[in-house]
Design a protein around this ligand. Structure first.
Ligand code: ATP
Length: 306
């Protein structure tokens, strides 16, 4: 894996607040990683450190092989950043805004203007930004971040203010970039939308990294039960099916539906037993622990004294 970002034992202190404490991770080329955590967990602090906007109190950071705090322009040009609260000059048009940022990044103006089409703002390119809706300003922020085909894209709450269709368009564009080799780090509180999109999730709590891995890896570590919901015909009220050990946590949701909490190692065995028993299963749903549940689990573990 070609490493784009290397964060080693990084801490950032603001007076008495530890915004980041001993954080280490690497981001590889083409990875799409979600950075999640409660308000104040240290997500924006990590992004600002990668951008070189603030300096670490301790530890080292390498972005595209350089120290961002050293302010080398060559590395900055290869970064794209969408801040949480985008703010543009209201008197400029979308097109003028793109041209302004393209000049700052020393990138071709025409290519920067074309990005307005990519984010669906082509038709509004010559309108003043002051007349844009929140979602349109957010998309202009993304168009700005994409100038110069960045090798690292840092997106802080990028889908705030976007309707479901625009969110989909937005993620399609980001996934295309990642497939072409751009590393994408994305902060969001909307975990359901990250679930099937981010290849990897980093969970922060009070400045400390508490989990890091793919959804499957986090599920293996958390060992939360999988919910298996079966619609079974011919079960008498209160009857426990023969294929279900009484010790296995389960609920009868109504006359036909049994919901079982299966431990990871029980899952396949349970399904085999159901099938072998010739039970008249009319329907089956297998619900792996969601990112919401995993997130709550890792935060709980981090807060529980050992
Ligand atoms: P959110 O989800 O609300 O955006 P976050 O995870 O991005 O939160 P940060 O903005 O990184 O959190 O803040 C981490 C901690 O550092 C918070 O306690 C915050 O109050 C503090 N902090 C951030 N910037 C400063 C600053 N310039 N001066 C003092 N404290 C700061």
């Amino acid at each position: 894996m070609t490493v784009t970002v290397q964060i080693t034992d990084v801490s950032k202190r603001y007076g008495r607040i530890d915004a980041a404490s001993g954080v280490s991770f690497e981001l590889g080329q083409g990875e799409m990683v979600a950075l999640i955590g409660h308000n104040g967990a240290g997500k924006t602090t990590l992004m600002k450190l990668m951008l070189g906007l603030i300096h670490p109190t301790h530890g080292s950071i390498r972005v595209l092989g350089e120290d961002p705090a050293a302010g080398q322009f060559s590395a900055r040009r290869r970064l794209g950043y969408l801040p949480e609260n985008v703010s543009f000059d209201a008197s400029l048009t979308g097109r003028e805004t793109q041209r302004f940022y393209a000049r700052l990044k020393q990138e071709p103006l025409a290519k920067a203007e074309q990005l307005l089409d990519v984010v669906g703002l082509g038709a509004a390119a010559d309108r003043r930004v002051g007349t844009y809706s929140k979602g349109m300003r957010q998309r202009l922020g993304l168009a700005q971040a994409l100038i110069g085909r960045p090798q690292l894209l840092l997106l802080d709450e990028p889908t705030t203010g976007l309707d479901p269709e625009l969110r989909q368009t937005f993620y399609d564009a980001i996934q295309r970039l990642a497939a072409e080799g751009t590393t994408v780090l994305l902060c969001s509180h909307v975990l359901t939308e990250l679930e099937e999109r981010a290849g990897r999730v980093i969970i922060m709590n009070r400045g400390v990294k508490v989990a890091d891995g793919s959804l499957d890896e986090l599920r293996r570590l958390a060992r939360l039960p999988t919910k298996i919901r079966l619609k079974v015909s011919g079960l008498a009220s209160g009857e426990v099916p023969s294929w279900l050990a009484a010790s296995t946590p389960h609920r009868r949701l109504n006359g036909h539906i049994v919901e079982i909490d299966a431990a990871p190692e029980q899952k396949l065995d349970l399904l085999r037993r159901v099938m072998a028993a010739g039970t008249s299963v009319e329907d089956l749903d297998v619900m792996s622990p969601s990112l919401d549940e995993l997130y709550a689990h890792f935060l709980r573990s981090a807060e529980t004294p050992r």
